[in-house]
Design a binder for this molecule. Structure first.
Ligand SMILES: Nc1ncnc2c1ncn2[C@@H]1O[C@H](COP(=O)(O)OP(=O)(O)OP(=O)(O)O)[C@@H](O)[C@H]1O
Length: 215
């Protein structure tokens, strides 16, 4: 079964040039797929379209066999999906690391005590325990990326969309991310210019060029 299907997607930013022209893409459940393309090819834009943060002019998105079009359908889809933004400052909004990691689970109505246990566990796994009370805004770039990833993994998503997760990451952070993402059993679509990281993580690749996807 396909986790994701995109059919004949067309998208332009208001007043901007066309980003996608009749783009088609299918990603199977459990697939770990790389999304590549030159700067400005449209990788970040595609992630935003896939999660309903941008609306296409035409075309359709199907997730787990169901068309996703209305705001409510995207809301349901986002509950099963983790999107890691390219810039962690777009992701981190709370006054402390632990609150940030807990944010989505609390929003989903999980009891605070259960959330606290899950936050502790993911912080332990990702080596973030010492940063729990820190202000996210004051962390280093790499620490912010790791906190962003923790806030996503803690929700146990079935689909992970990662937008250049290793940009600016050192070798230690990259191998930490790799270890955890290799263990992820859901569907993964990861954009990156880091071919070594993609080769070690992904088993398939899709390349965006001239507004459409090539395998
Ligand atoms: N908010 C916006 N308004 C207008 N144009 C935009 C906007 N955001 C992105 N674009 C344009 O859309 C195109 C695709 O940008 P996008 O950021 O999706 O590319 P990308 O593949 O993620 O690039 P990179 O590898 O540099 O991160 C680019 O031409 C960009 O300038």
């Amino acid at each position: 079964m396909n986790c994701l299907e995109i059919h004949q997607l067309n998208f332009s930013y208001p007043g901007g040039r066309r980003v996608f022209r009749d783009l088609n893409l299918s990603v199977q459940s459990g697939e770990k797929a790389a999304l590549t393309g030159a700067n400005g090819a449209g990788k970040s834009t595609l992630f935003q379209l896939l999660t309903g943060l941008l609306k296409p002019q035409s075309g359709s998105i199907v997730a787990w066999g169901k068309t996703v079009a209305s705001e409510e359908e995207f809301r349901q889809m986002r509950r099963r999906t983790g999107l890691m933004f390219q810039d962690p400052d777009d992701q981190l909004i709370c006054p402390s690391v632990e609150e940030d990691i807990a944010f989505t689970l609390l929003n989903h109505g999980m009891p605070p005590r259960e959330v606290a246990g899950k936050v502790d566990e993911i912080c332990r796994k990702l080596g973030l325990a010492a940063l729990k009370t820190r202000v996210p805004f004051h962390l280093s770039w790499g620490q912010k990326q790791l906190v962003s990833l923790a806030g996503i993994l803690v929700t146990e998503p079935q689909l992970l969309l990662l937008d250049e997760p290793t940009a600016g990451a050192d070798d230690h952070l990259k191998s930490l991310m790799l270890d955890h993402l290799q263990q992820f059993t859901g569907t993964l679509l990861v954009s990156s210019h880091d071919s070594d990281f993609l080769e070690r993580l992904c088993s398939s690749a899709y390349h965006i060029s001239n507004g459409s996807v090539m395998r």
